[in-house]
Design a binder for this molecule. Structure first.
Ligand SMILES: [Zn+2]
Ligand SMILES: [Zn+2]
Length: 266
């Protein structure tokens, strides 16, 4: 059965722990047919320097060729989407030949949900913090066009400071629907990000409940990604994510060529 991990970081990302080749070898070892390297580009200059693509691209091309009989690798990127950086984001996506672009909300109203966790969550109820997150996510979908899927769409729950950080669809249904409908109408997809199993929530981002809602609203573009930053996490729970896709009613998983989805039967 076809299997692809569409969210992998290498040491070209500031938080990546292993060179591209080590991540690639782990993916081959775990039986992946295809992977996407999606190193970070985020324009909050305090935390995320842009990868050095002049060095990156030759390494990528060499590895793609070297392992072409074993695995297909896709040139991707994970861009932190923020209204205020829309021009810079458009400039970088125009400059480099990415095949696949994950847009993610790592920062909300200039606060990084991980680095500025206390500043963002303190003095907000869970409902306020999560509602603002989805409102901003909706604005990003409207203002930033150049991405293929939204990454870990309920990411705000990864770093919440509440007793129960989980997101119940019913509590934010209007906001979540607004985001999903907007993504679908613009031809964008979502991912099943399996990193939740390593962040103690024992689930994916998003949960099956939100995934089912996306499908119910007509969403068809779906990928699965480990969001791995070290070799042992590559392909982690990808099989589980594929089972979730089937359970939610998807017939196809998406792969990307030149930023266009192609559909492979599940
Ligand atoms: Zn991310
Ligand atoms: Zn990531």
């Amino acid at each position: 059965m076809f299997s692809a991990d569409y969210h992998i970081h290498t040491s070209f990302s500031i938080d990546g722990e292993a060179p591209m080749e080590e991540m690639l070898l782990s993916a081959i070892d775990k039986g992946m047919n295809e992977i996407a390297f999606t190193d970070h580009v985020d324009y909050d200059p305090k935390y995320y320097p842009e990868p050095d693509y002049e060095s990156y691209i030759p390494v990528f091309n060499k590895l793609k060729d070297k392992y072409k009989d074993k695995i297909n690798i896709v040139f991707g990127v994970e861009i932190g989407l923020e209204n205020q950086w829309a021009d810079k984001i458009n400039a970088i996506t125009a400059k480099y030949p990415f095949d696949f672009i994950i847009g993610s909300s790592h920062c909300v109203l200039t606060k990084d949900l991980y680095f500025d966790r206390n500043e963002y969550f303190e003095k907000k109820t869970k409902e306020e913090a999560y509602s603002i997150y989805f409102e901003e996510l909706y604005k990003n979908i409207q203002s930033c066009n150049d991405f293929n899927i939204y990454g870990h769409i309920d990411f705000v729950s990864r770093y919440g400071i509440y007793k129960d950080n989980s997101i119940k669809y019913k509590d934010y249904s209007d906001l979540i629907d607004k985001c999903l409908i907007s993504l679908i109408s613009k031809g964008k997809g979502i991912e099943i990000n399996t990193s939740g199993f390593r962040y103690g929530i024992n689930s994916t981002y998003p949960s099956l409940e939100i995934l089912k809602r996306y499908r119910e609203l007509g969403g068809e573009i779906i990928t699965a990604g480990s969001d791995s930053h070290r070799p042992k996490d590559v392909a982690d729970h990808i099989e589980h994510a594929y089972c979730m896709m089937k359970e939610a009613g998807f017939k196809y998983v998406s792969v990307f060529r030149n930023r266009k989805p192609e559909f492979i039967k599940l």
